[in-house]
Design a protein around this ligand. Structure first.
Ligand code: NAI
Length: 320
């Protein structure tokens, strides 16, 4: 047995996101204690994880420097919430997106926290951390660490502190994400939708309007993204884009700010995206021609395979 024990990470909830975190932290060499309230869920999750680790290894996509066996052995079952939390240096909560459930669970976690430096992170996609941490004894240790699906191939993690989260907790969470090879950004304050979804919704709203205003077909909107903006955005953000598209950011603003302002002033109001409305029907009718609802699962697998290939490519070409 090794003299130095690696640090313990507690993961609560062994669904899609809990399993992903377990694999990421094990790849980073952490001891992972996985807990689920559902009988047999962790045993099932560990079986799936072993299968996935084996497949990743065969495809040359396994992360970290440890073997499949070593990574798998780092992931053990916690038989109680207390067992999961005790002596952990970092907790990642991954239960369903339900405010009442998160409040109840964090109230329980709070009782088992024995270390003022323990990070208490939630995977929540859209609940601001202040909503489930306000009344906790250890509320200064709580934040959101929001991953993007599939986290194994899409490395972004949004860190969102509540107004009372201590900066050293957010910094520690960021250091852990870096250690496991994820790409963390830190919001300075809570905001609805965090960062990724706010940007995503801005794009979606304009795409929706272009269809509603009969400018583009739904298929052509998707082509603009995947064959136009997407390839560039896989490697750089909008600010690097403008920096490169002129002689720097100031030069870009000098040349294009007026035009961009004029075009932006023509943007319509926020679409309601009414289910069954004309635009919704037009988009769905066109897209099911190539991707019928019955083939969504297969198409999701296709998407994840493409993202895996892209992550491999980015590992190889990202040196500047
Ligand atoms: P899921 O439904 O796949 O898994 C949830 C797991 O939590 C289940 O295994 C369930 O048995 C367990 N659970 C329920 N109550 C529990 C409790 N009180 N204690 C312990 N375990 C409990 O859900 P998923 O998709 O993994 O989502 C988890 C969180 O991650 C949500 O907050 C979601 O918003 C967030 N998220 C999800 C993403 C996605 O694409 N699915 C992406 C990013 C974040």
């Amino acid at each position: 047995s090794s003299a130095v024990m690696s640090e313990k990470v507690g993961i609560i909830g062994s669904g899609l996101i809990g399993r992903s975190w377990a694999m990421l932290f094990a790849a980073g060499g952490f001891r992972v204690s996985l807990y689920d309230s559902q009988e047999n869920a962790v045993a099932e999750a560990r079986k799936l994880i072993l299968q996935q680790l084996t497949t990743l290894q065969q495809q040359g996509l396994l992360r970290g420097t440890l073997s499949v066996e070593a990574q798998f052995e780092l992931i053990t079952e916690a038989h109680s919430l207390e067992d999961c939390v005790t002596n952990a240096s970092y907790i990642q909560e991954c239960v369903p997106e339900n405010l009442e459930l998160k409040i109840k669970l964090f109230t329980l976690i709070d009782q088992f926290v024995d270390d003022p430096d323990m990070v208490l992170a939630s995977s929540s996609s859209c609940i601001p951390p202040s909503q489930f941490s306000e009344n906790l004894t250890h509320r200064a240790q709580v934040l959101v660490a929001h991953p993007v699906n599939p986290p194994y191939f899409v490395p972004l993690v949004e860190l969102v502190p509540a107004p009372w989260t201590l900066p050293h907790i957010t910094d520690k969470a960021r250091a852990y994400q870096t250690k496991i090879g994820q790409s963390a950004v830190t919001l300075r304050r809570e905001i609805p939708g965090f960062a990724l979804n706010r940007i995503q919704y801005a794009i979606l709203n304009e795409c929706w309007r272009l269809v509603a205003d009969k400018v583009l077909s739904p298929e052509d909107v998707d082509t603009v993204m995947k064959d136009g903006l997407g390839p560039r955005y896989a490697f750089m953000g909008p600010f690097e884009t403008i920096h490169l598209n002129a002689e720097g950011v100031t030069s870009y603003c000098d040349r294009y700010a007026d035009t961009i302002y004029r075009v932006s002033e023509t943007f319509g109001p926020t679409p309601t995206m009414t289910p069954g409305g004309d635009v919704c029907n037009e988009i769905e009718k066109e897209i099911v021609k190539t991707i019928p609802i019955a083939e969504l699962a297969a198409r999701r697998q296709w998407r994840d395979d493409r993202l895996a290939e892209l992550s491999k490519l980015k590992r190889n070409v990202n040196h500047f």
